[in-house]
Design a protein around this ligand. Structure first.
Ligand SMILES: *Cc1c(COP(=O)(O)O)cnc(C)c1O
Length: 361
């Protein structure tokens, strides 16, 4: 790598003196806590809710290590992975100067958080089948390497695997190639990892310290409402992320919910298997409709389908009370709709609505 992790970071983040909360100064057990101006009682039925939560979520991290084998010193837990995407921009990208690179089409949040942080986004379009065009990627990396430093550096590359909205898995070999060609931080977003039945990019971090991996409790772990995500990263990155995050970024309620979910690992994995079966069933049934032109092979809990008259179909379903995602205006997704795999009953309702639409067409 041309840059070290440290000199990819913004200097003011590295030298920042973090807010020191009462709870981060004293962490051991005590009889009496009169240090944080909390109230001595609670009025809602939730034990410990009157107290500030652990800013470093140590119990949850220990549980993550025990359950998923992820080392605690490489973890930062966020208020959803959205918070961590925002923090990565703040840590690495100087507003109005540095840049980020995405493989399009992909998750819209990367662009939004880049905009909020005044970071320009360059885009490397994926092929029609959503595989990576390495000739194009290499050409972009060469352009980046030759552009003048005062014009800003491409600090972050976002690789979503399995990708949203395509559902495509990026093979680890491809991620390695990306990490060799790109001279900044490679952010591998594994929001749908559990559905992919594939090896995680976490296994590449030893060889490539510039790879960081995002995970979430919002999908397979069924906790979208609790807002819990985490990043696996080199301890040098973890240390600075911990300084710049909100001190109490995860509520006590969210920490409890994530801890409880990890207790139910087997049920979660069973739910994942059921979702995968239902996804394959749904793909097979959808392929029977004459107006369905293409179903992209998915390694996630959704299907991207190319249909005739996408917008009209989307509106028709909405009128029937079924909401799916219209991606037809996204470059590379012409005529495409994204359907989340639901319960068997919900999926049947969707198929029934498709049948009545076909009869109308
Ligand atoms: C759903 C999703 C997330 C999850 O975001 P949270 O803030 O953790 O809910 C992250 N990345 C991608 C690509 C997603 O589709």
């Amino acid at each position: 790598m041309r840059y070290t992790l440290r000199n990819l970071m913004r200097k003011e983040m590295v030298t920042l003196t973090a807010y020191s909360s009462a709870r981060s100064e004293y962490t051991g057990p005590a009889e009496i806590y009169l240090d944080a101006n909390e109230h001595w009682t609670h009025y809602v039925d939730s034990d410990g809710i009157n107290r500030y939560p652990d800013p470093l979520q140590r119990q949850l991290k220990a549980k993550l290590e025990e359950t998923l084998g992820l080392p605690q010193e490489k973890l930062v837990i966020g208020n959803g992975s959205d918070e961590l995407i925002d923090l990565l921009f703040r840590l690495f990208c100087q507003p109005y100067r540095d840049k980020a690179l995405i493989l399009a089409p992909t998750y819209g949040a990367y662009q939004v958080f880049a905009d909020i942080n005044a970071i320009q986004v360059s885009s490397c379009q994926l092929r029609d089948d959503f595989s990576i065009d390495f000739d194009r990627f290499e050409a972009i990396c060469n352009l980046i390497a030759n552009s003048q430093l005062e014009k800003g550096i491409h600090k972050l590359l976002f690789v979503c695997s399995p990708n949203n909205p395509g559902g495509t898995l990026v093979p680890l070999e491809d991620i390695k190639r990306l990490a060799r060609l790109f001279q900044g931080i490679v952010v591998v977003d594994e929001a749908y990892y559990e559905f992919a039945e594939a090896k995680s990019a976490v296994t590449l971090m030893e060889e490539f310290p510039n790879i960081v991996v995002l995970r979430t409790f919002s999908k397979a772990w069924a906790l979208a409402g609790a807002r819990v995500g985490f990043i696996v990263a080199h301890p040098e990155i973890v240390q600075v992320l911990n300084k710049i995050k909100y001190p109490y970024n995860l509520s006590a309620v969210a920490q409890e919910a994530a801890l409880a979910a990890l207790e139910h690992k087997e049920a979660v994995f069973a739910g994942v298997r059921q979702t995968i079966e239902e996804r394959e069933y749904l793909a097979k049934e959808l392929s029977r409709f004459s107006f369905v032109k293409e179903i992209f092979p998915s390694r996630a809990n959704f299907l991207l389908i190319r249909v005739m008259h996408a917008e009209k179909l989307h509106t028709y379903l909405r009128e029937k009370g079924i909401i799916i995602r219209d991606r037809s205006s996204v470059a590379g997704c012409y005529g495409c709709l994204r359907v989340t795999v639901g319960t068997p009953l919900e999926n049947q309702a969707l198929l029934k609505a498709f049948s009545t639409w076909e009869a109308l067409e």
